[in-house]
Design a protein. Structure first.
Lengths: 112, 112
């Protein structure tokens, strides 16, 4: 079934540890996005990629990095996790930057 | 930066009631989207609107692209228990070439 796959589904992480959230899409979409969702704050854009080989910063990029080596994969890395990064993380993709975005099921991350 | 003001933040209604929620901005938008997020899942697109004044239905859901291009409305008729969730508006600003921005969501609760 075509769509976006995120892994892991959930993770508990000790503060200071490095963590990579994985995101893969099989729709051949050019653009991909990472959001975090926190109660009362909605979806906030962390980083995005308009096409393979390019990335850009969103609204809340600090403490996160991304790479886009190919069309399908867009991993999000927390180099040294902090408790304020406890959140639900969603990956999304769209055919082009301004088009409808399709979301994965999310990764629930707890940093202790 | 540009913002979408979505209201209400939450709603408590009786099963069978109609629901209305809206999204407004001080800027003009080219596209309006409405998403629903079920508990534990990622947002799923409900309705997409591309033209000022456009009125589109999807089953019991109806959404409108405001004539001023600065607002959009979502109505749900005869609510049922499975309508529970968070509803997000999203839009592509006319002043930008890419990237849709999201409202903070309306959380819908249905009382038995």
């Amino acid at each position: 079934i075509a769509g976006i796959t995120q892994a892991p589904t959930s993770q508990i992480l000790a503060a200071g540890r490095r963590m990579t959230l994985r995101c893969t899409q099989d729709m051949r979409h050019n653009a991909m996005y990472w959001y975090r969702q926190d109660l009362g704050l909605g979806l906030r854009l962390i980083h995005y990629s308009n096409t393979a080989g390019t990335t850009g910063k969103g609204e809340v990029p600090d403490g996160y990095s991304v790479s886009r080596a190919n069309t399908d994969d867009f991993p999000l890395t927390l180099a040294s996790a902090v408790p304020s990064q406890t959140s639900v993380y969603f990956c999304a993709s769209s055919r082009d930057g301004g088009n409808i975005q399709y979301f994965g099921a999310g990764t629930r991350l707890s940093v202790l | 930066g540009q913002q979408l003001n979505q209201s209400p933040q939450s709603m408590f209604i009786q099963e069978g009631e109609d629901v209305s929620m809206n999204c407004t901005s001080s800027s003009i938008f080219n596209t309006w989207l409405w998403y629903k997020q079920d508990p534990g899942e990622g947002p799923v697109l409900l309705i997409a609107l591309y033209k000022a004044g456009e009125l589109t239905s999807n089953g019991r859901l109806t959404a409108q692209f405001g004539i001023t291009r600065k607002d959009s409305f979502l109505n749900i008729s005869a609510s049922i228990p499975s309508d529970v969730g968070i509803y997000f508006c999203a839009g592509q600003p006319a002043s930008r070439d890419d990237k849709i921005i999201f409202g903070k969501g309306t959380r819908l609760h249905i009382l038995p």
